[in-house]
Design a protein around this ligand. Structure first.
Ligand code: GLV
Ligand code: MN
Length: 223
């Protein structure tokens, strides 16, 4: 069969489509019903995800997570608290390709600008109202005031935030199509990296004096 034949082209198109569908998915597909993550340092090798507990020792509680019944403290500079529900906190999620956080915001509080390299995020507001926004790769800002019972979606990898614009506390549950979405906080990544990004690089990048960079760095030091 010559490569000019229509069937060769069809085959090529199918392969390219299958490949792009695979690459566009978040986590890989599971290869078994479940694979409850074994405590660190135990269990056998597994792909995808973390090593599994032997299924004979899996119990109903492995599929249960109670940490979202309470919120994290919002008594901090941002006025926000996030309680993660990813595979590290909830081992039953291993290989299932989903996770969930609880976000609590005091009035005026912000879950500061960040992105998730491995997942899209669905923000569902449970209490109060918040401005939710993200910036696209074209530099366009999309946002909406989202109220109780409403949702907003953040495409994978894009910089976003939630900001409580109401007069009382607000809460959202955020759902991800990855067991471990990863998080990059903009200010910490740029101004709190270890070792430090040189002041000269940041000053040039932001077109400001090095003094301003030093000031922002002082607010983003760990510990
Ligand atoms: C909110 O943006 C979250 O990452 O939970
Ligand atoms: Mn997020």
């Amino acid at each position: 069969m010559s490569s000019n034949e229509p069937s060769s082209w069809l085959l090529l198109v199918v392969v390219v489509l299958l490949l792009s569908a695979t690459l566009c998915r978040a986590d890989p597909e599971p290869v078994q019903d479940f694979c409850v993550a074994a405590p660190h340092g135990s269990g056998g090798p597994a792909f995808p995800g973390l090593p599994c507990k032997p299924s004979s020792s899996v119990v109903s509680d492995d599929f249960f997570f109670a940490a979202h019944a309470r919120g994290a403290s919002t008594d901090n500079a941002m006025g926000s608290g996030v309680t993660p529900g990813n595979v590290e906190a909830f081992p039953g999620l291993n290989t299932l390709g989903v996770s969930i956080n609880r976000v609590d915001l005091a009035p005026g509080g912000v879950n500061p600008l960040h992105s998730h390299p491995r997942a899209a995020e669905l923000v569902h507001v449970v209490v109060g109202e918040m401005l939710v926004g993200f910036v696209s790769t074209e530099g366009r800002f999309y946002s909406k005031v989202v109220r109780e019972g409403e949702s907003f979606v953040i495409p994978r990898g894009l910089m976003h935030f939630q900001y409580n614009v109401g007069k009382s506390a607000a809460r959202a549950m955020t759902v991800f199509n990855s067991q471990l979405p990863g998080v990059v906080f903009a200010a910490q990544a740029l101004f709190g990296a270890e070792p430090e990004i040189p002041d000269a690089v940041l000053a040039k990048s932001f077109q400001v004096d090095a003094e301003i960079i030093k000031l922002i760095k002082s607010k983003n030091r760990k510990g």
